[in-house]
Design a protein around this ligand. Structure first.
Ligand SMILES: CC(=O)SCCNC(=O)CCNC(=O)[C@H](O)C(C)(C)COP(=O)(O)OP(=O)(O)OC[C@H]1O[C@@H](n2cnc3c(N)ncnc32)[C@H](O)[C@@H]1OP(=O)(O)O
Ligand SMILES: O=CC(=O)O
Ligand SMILES: [Mg+2]
Length: 557
């Protein structure tokens, strides 16, 4: 194989020659627990596990900061007029037809339906009994990262993996695992997030930030990697919110280091990378390449992708303004282009292409809502299966058979269609950047819907629930990001709604208060904080890069 690029010749560049033999100058920091110890936490936060997480910090904390700085630099260049583009310096990787990724690990060949959801004890058991092939156990978009949820989630994962999990609800309903359970793929928090209930100290007393990604992935690997392998699967990850192939390289280095440290074979860990930012869509081949020893596939994370487009171009003028959220479907030109390119890229490299999440969810108490959700989800999954995807996500157990039916119809007895090449796809940069939408509208109803959804979602998140059914749609951190970033953009671009109403701070503020007031009677509500946070996110001059950052730093208890 001939690769004509400098970025590929990386003996994991930031590391010494034998990257996993610590040199005399290696930092030996330590991690201490500053959060409260709830029942069972001591079994997860053991001295050995904390030492492992500290070793990850010694090695990778600085590089993480560099990668985050690179995100800020790129965004500044885009604000100044640069457009995202395919990188000339990595053309060799894209043009070389000869390399492939490791592909699916044991238990991961059949990913027709993947149920996603947070790791609380009841939902863990429900997801494991859902009939899906995979459970995406989520510490990202659908999990509010309270200390209880984060370490409680690790307890539940440990117990689920060992089949030692049961639960009795306050109403007395009993939950236990059935015989057939899905392969678990764990999604740690993204590189931008920190964990404030742990402290990282370096020799000499200096303190460093604790990366939420390294905590989540580190604890999961430490407690479960060997057990998963012994049970015929492996430690598998979904990697969220990557913005470049260098971030993929960082993950790859983390995995290689962890494998070496835990004494498991190189390449045992498998990752599926979410392509959910616009810059990452320009680096899909490079991301696969960086992670090739550990990579199982890519996923089209549609909601964060939309958020990324809005965020990147928020101050670039009206040509970059997207219409009401309801009009941002998967068939608008830029979404179709990115999802088609993803399948083509994956299958060329032997990687799975996994579809995304339709936000329509059933309501067991309302047959009409359920019927509409089933129809919407069926059509979304039919489109994905026909496009060549190997599997897809669902948000709710009742959607598993609906999605499965669509994939089974196309796969006709096979468990994936990785061999199907989409040589017909011709996507160029202009297609990924074609933000024109026919009959685009920004309506008063669309503005109010964004405000209502975001306020309600923030209230839910601050109460510790990171996914919520709002008006029969699944809302999570990614969908709420779209709502709040659209509002910020529409205000700052001085837009007027289709009905002729200027979109101004005073009016948006009025509705924030109105929708927060609607929640004020609910027991345990966080409506006042949600309104305050929403005002910061939407009415401020500054645009916080992620809503979860100020929400976590200043509002989450
Ligand atoms: C942009 C992205 O990243 S998408 C991926 C991230 N988002 C998600 O994962 C969302 C996952 N989905 C959910 O969290 C939930 O479906 C919600 C919050 C949207 C709705 O949940 P509920 O209001 O509890 O729905 P509903 O009452 O219909 O649930 C019925 C049963 O199914 C269970 N259930 C619903 N969704 C899930 C799920 N995703 N996983 C496991 N169990 C589930 C509920 O726990 C409930 O169980 P019970 O009958 O034993 O009490
Ligand atoms: O994580 C998935 C998304 O759509 O965002
Ligand atoms: Mg996402």
């Amino acid at each position: 194989m001939i690769i004509t690029t400098t970025t590929t010749d990386h003996p994991t560049t930031e590391l010494p020659e034998d990257p996993f033999t610590e040199g005399p100058s290696a930092t030996r920091g330590s991690i201490t627990v500053t959060g409260p110890l709830e029942p069972g936490f001591d079994h997860i936060l053991t001295p050995e596990a904390l030492e492992f997480v500290a070793a990850l910090h010694d090695r990778f904390a600085r590089i993480r900061c560099e990668r985050l700085a690179a995100r800020r630099e790129r965004r500044a260049r885009i604000a100044a007029g640069e457009m995202p583009h395919f990188l000339p310096e990595t053309a060799g990787i894209r043009e070389d037809a000869n390399w492939r990724v490791a592909g699916a690990g044991p238990g991961l060949h059949d990913r027709r339906v993947e149920i996603t959801g947070p790791t609380d004890r009841k939902m863990t058991i429900n997801a494991m009994n859902s009939g899906a092939q995979v459970w995406l156990a989520d510490h990202e978009d659908s999990l509010s990262p309270t200390w209880s949820n984060i370490i409680g989630g690790q307890i539940n994962l440990r117990d689920a993996i060992r089949r030692e999990i049961d639960f009795v609800s306050p109403e007395g309903k009993e939950y236990r695992l059935g015989d057939q359970t899905p392969t678990i793929v764990f999604r740690p928090r993204g590189w931008h997030l920190t964990e404030r209930h742990l402290a990282y100290s370096q020799p000499g007393g200096s303190r460093g930030t604790v990366s939420a990604s390294l905590v989540d992935a580190g604890l999961y690997l430490f407690h479960n990697a060997r057990e998963l392998i012994a049970r015929g699967a492996g430690p598998y990850f979904y990697l969220p919110k990557l913005e470049s192939h260098l971030e993929a390289r960082l993950w790859n280095d983390v995995f290689s280091f962890a494998e070496s440290r835990l004494g498991i074979e190189h390449g045992t860990i498998r990752a599926t990378v979410l392509i959910e930012t616009l810059p990452a869509a320009f680096e899909m081949d490079e991301i696969l390449y960086e992670l090739r020893d550990h990579c199982a596939g890519l996923n089209a994370g549609r909601w964060d992708y939309l958020f990324s487009v809005i965020k990147l171009f928020r101050d670039r003028g009206r040509a970059f303004v997207l219409p009401d959220r309801a009009q941002l479907t998967m068939t608008v030109p830029f979404m179709r282009a990115y999802t088609e390119l993803l399948v083509q890229t994956c299958h060329r490299r032997g990687a799975h292409a996994i579809g995304g999440m339709s936000a329509f969810i059933p309501n067991r108490r309302d047959p009409e809502v359920t019927e509409r959700a089933f129809a919407q989800v069926a059509s979304d999954k039919q489109r994905e299966a026909n496009a060549g995807y190997d599997g897809t996500w669902v948000a709710h157990p009742d959607l598993v058979p609906i999605a499965r039916e669509q994939f089974d119809a196309v796969l006709a007895g096979r468990v994936n269609q990785v061999e199907r090449q989409r040589d017909d796809v011709r996507v160029i940069a202009a297609d990924l950047l074609n933000f024109k939408i026919e009959d685009a509208r920004i309506t008063n109803a669309g503005i109010r819907a964004n405000i209502r959804i975001a306020v309600r979602y923030l209230d839910s998140w601050l109460r510790g629930q990171g996914a919520a059914a709002i008006d029969n749609l699944m809302e999570d951190a990614a969908t709420a990001e779209i709502s709040r970033s659209q509002l910020w953009q529409w205000i700052n671009q001085g837009l007027v709604s289709d009905e002729g109403r200027p979109i101004v701070r005073e009016r948006v503020e009025y509705f924030i208060d109105k929708y927060a007031d609607e929640l004020a009677e609910e027991p345990g509500n966080r409506a006042a904080d949600a309104a305050q946070l929403m005002k910061e996110l939407v009415l401020g001059e500054e645009f916080p890069a992620f809503l979860t950052v100020p929400a976590y730093d200043r509002y989450l208890k």
